[in-house]
Design a protein around this ligand. Structure first.
Ligand SMILES: [Ca+2]
Length: 366
């Protein structure tokens, strides 16, 4: 033990930061200890009980006044710090002299805190109770909505909103996502009459607007970063139908208009020629509170596209085999008319392409 370091027994604050009202299961952090060796290196051990194998962001802070203020944020850390998963004993090492040369401490308290990955970027999750519903539409204008078939979906959480530019940029900053294709010339951007590859106008890039110009792999990566995944096509339609209602739109059968959705209602983007900030049309929310399930941006799903529902799964899982000709998009967009915003409407494109009208909304099962 370093002469400069005075330890106090039991000086640990332990916290597995579980947000209020969230169902984070039984995960906890406990059994934390620290010791300092003669070289000054501090070893902080703790135990992560994580029965559902969630991903946590583990952080360490230090109080020098018995736990009132955690003013010191150690940086010269190694081991089980940052993104941590799995259950069992964990170990962090801290090179204290690298951060704070000569630091001594009579009344030290460390805080080891774990925040679940699904709280990253401030995603707001909405629980969709499970049930069974009739997927597809006999009345729809497209054959790919048929045959109508009964599908059972387990309860799940979906993000309340389309992922925003700000949320996506947080994933890029964390090193878990590659930048959206907003300025590399590869995104398909509406030019007034057609979609051509180019740069995304600034009018789409506000913090609160939905991220676009992300391809399917980028949508997957963002979803994984927030401890989630893409919804299956069945889950998406079930959620858009306000948990399986036999409705043409999230609110019922009244045709979509700019009072409930960002769309082409006599002018693209309801007259703005772009997306709108997420949740700008609350009158169009589902009964559970999901925003923009009709319009604003298309949302990618996990499924391959197939031209009819013959052979589709009926258990809410994704249709992964055989491969289709592209990944399914749902919900219409700022540049398309009401029919595309119907709950049963399907669209698809090559998974490697990105568009100014395509975004994402993650889902998770627990
Ligand atoms: Ca949408």
């Amino acid at each position: 033990m370093s002469a400069r370091w005075v330890r106090l027994a039991g000086g640990f604050l332990l916290a597995a930061a579980l947000g209020p009202g969230r169902a984070h299961g039984a995960a906890s952090i406990g059994s934390a200890r620290f010791e300092q060796d003669a070289s000054g290196l501090v070893r902080i051990s703790y135990r992560l009980d994580n029965p559902e194998n969630r991903q946590f962001d583990v952080s360490l802070s230090l109080s020098r006044d018995g736990g009132r203020i955690f003013a010191l944020l150690p940086r010269a850390l190694a081991g089980d710090i940052g993104t941590v998963a799995g259950s069992g004993p964990k170990l962090i090492t801290w090179d204290v002299d690298k951060d704070y040369p000569g630091l001594s401490c009579r009344d030290c308290v460390f805080a080891v805190e774990g925040t679940p990955a699904e709280e990253r970027a401030g995603i707001e999750w909405v629980f969709i109770p499970g049930g069974s519903f009739l997927m597809g539409s006999e009345a729809g204008e497209a054959d790919d909505e048929k045959p109508v078939h009964r599908v059972t979906v387990k309860g799940l959480y979906m993000a309340k909103t389309e992922v925003t530019n700000k949320q996506y940029r947080a994933c890029v900053s964390a090193g878990a996502c590659s930048p959206a294709h907003v300025a590399d010339g590869t995104c398909y951007v509406y030019s007034g009459s057609a979609w051509k590859q180019g740069d995304l106008p600034a009018s789409f890039q506000g913090d609160g607007q939905p991220v676009v110009c992300v391809d399917w792999s980028q949508a997957k990566a963002f979803s994984a970063w927030v401890g989630a995944r893409l919804p299956t096509e069945a889950e998406w339609e079930y959620a858009a139908r306000s948990a399986g209602k036999d409705w043409a739109y999230p609110w019922g059968d009244e045709q979509a208009s700019c009072s409930r959705a960002v769309m082409d209602d006599g002018g693209v983007g309801c007259g703005r020629d772009s997306t709108w900030p997420v949740c700008s049309k609350p009158a169009g929310n589902t009964e559970q509170g999901l925003c923009d399930m009709a319009g604003n941006v298309w949302e990618v799903t996990q499924d391959w596209y197939h031209g009819s529902y013959d052979g589709a799964p009926v258990d809410g899982s994704a249709w992964e085999s055989p491969r289709g000709s592209g990944r399914v998009f749902r919900g219409g967009s700022w540049s398309l008319p009401a029919g595309n915003a119907r709950t049963a409407f399907r669209y698809y494109r090559d998974a490697g392409r990105s568009y100014d009208l395509l975004g994402l909304r993650p889902a998770r099962s627990r």
